[in-house]
Design a binder for this molecule. Sequence first.
Ligand code: GCB
Length: 606
Amino acid sequence: TKGHAVLRPQDSSTRERKRLDGLWAFSLDPEAEGRTARWWAGRLPHASEMAVPASYNDIAADAAVRDHLGEVWYQRTVRVPRGWAGQRVVLHFESATHRATVWVDDTEVMSHEGGYTPFEADITGLVSAGEEIRVTACVDNTLSFQTIPPGVVEDTPAGPRQRYWHDFFNYAGLHRSIWLSATPHAHTDDVTVVTGLDGLTGTVDYTATTVGADGLGVRAVLRDADGHEVASGSGASGRLTVADVHRWAPGDGYLYDLEVQLVEHDGGGDGDGGGTVVDSYHQSVGIRTVEVRGTQFLINSEPFHFTGFGKHEDIPVIGKGHDDGYLVHDFALMEWIGANSFRTSHYPYSEDVLDYADRHGIVVIDETAAVGLNMGLGGGIFGSQGYQTYSPDTVNDETRAVHAQAIRELVARDKNHPCVVVWSIANEPESDTEGAEDYFRPLFDVAREADPTRPVGFVNVMLAPHGKCRVSQFADVLMLNRYYGWYVNTGDLAAAETAWLDELQGWATEGKPIIVTEYGADTLPGLHSLTPQPWSEEYQVAYLDMNHRVFDRVDAVVGEHVWNFADFATTSGIMRVDGNKKGVFTRDRKPKAAAFALRRRWRKDS
Ligand code: GCB
């Protein structure tokens, strides 16, 4: 993968950035002619206008756009700020779903595989301060057995059709901000922090990697939230010690600021000398620890019980486009209901979401886009999908290499977020076969090598119940999605309760903490029933109550994430009525009855 990026552009005393969001020229490429016709070399043909960030699918009132398969083109011009002469200029995409190639004027500058992680290119040699450049991005939504998530394009009498097995609409486009940024030529290109606690003392182990910094020193300055310096050090790596530390904790998103400076000379050896600062990069730091001990999940050595949701990036009209209004609103709803955590089901979310969680003390299970690696499932329907999951022609070694890269890019992007406490490397893959065991064993190693400090897990599906799963042996935490009383024992909560308790007690013998990462029931808001009828608001409440009775009887259960926070768009299917309706809130964030019931359970003060 070319161009994979780690540090997000920022404004600092030595850095500057310009956001390229807004309206871009946009062309579908249904005949796949753009590359041969060199569409990047001039103005896009037949262009309309498209909002960035947004999924393009629902913006145009046109099925051809919504259901487009293949490449689309985005283009705009941008003037390089006149003050940027002599700087290193970078073009940074926070994401492009699912892959993109980017040109600056006539020059191809980068391409990237994977729809939810950032990538960038150094375009210094192609730009002049004060001059305009043309930026063109060709974005492709095609999924294959060698992509994460996987899919397959089938030839049908009506033409090629995209199939995939994950239960959310295949939204595509430029979902997050695009940046033009300037840094000094000598610059820090990665920072890693690992924090520790020893009584009232906090530690911050930092490592910085630099480019073009021969002869320069590295200085690290840690400041508290009021901007007062609390520790400093010199050298590309080191330990900073904070007396009387204010810990980052669930519900208390206290952040320090680590400034990594490249300095022309280290004025005096004590690290606080007055050398000229050539580059300055700021990294926020939450000082906390995470540990799995027996069946407990400890944050700052205290048992933590996850309450919250599996979420989606899913908003009416703009699809998976990031929106700050919905960001703040969703977190307000989570606070209202007493959610202390969520899972980024089923892909890495916008960095703005993780930054917000850091600042507000919300705990995150951070998931890759590896969803739908299971030919026993499709859009909520159990049953063979006509392919073998793991085979030389389907999910194979090449897929695993792409999956490994997706894990590395997720960790590289998110490793410094205190909110992230678990890596989830896949959702509901086939996990009860030898092929699954062989596929996943090395991927756990990849995750642990990328980050030795956090627990690693994957999310287990009902098709691989306790005793059958061959992948959970590799996990530090057991994450289970279960639908007793919905997909099985439908409408029979008594039978569901017995069966669920029985399976959960089995998992509890593994001696690992269990997070129930999904349990939920589709619910049509406004549908009421005096007796427990599936789809009614009352059934959703009774279903959740039943689950909670089960959880409360099993000590190893350390978390409950309802599926889903809100209703969301899916592909067409006879199991989905205007999308998946398991939301506790509707798609436009109105509460169903279950919202009030959850609030009573989760908020001790309600
Ligand atoms: C699951 C999947 C989730 C689906 C959900 C459902 O197990 O992880 O993506 O949306 O079930 O509602 O069927």
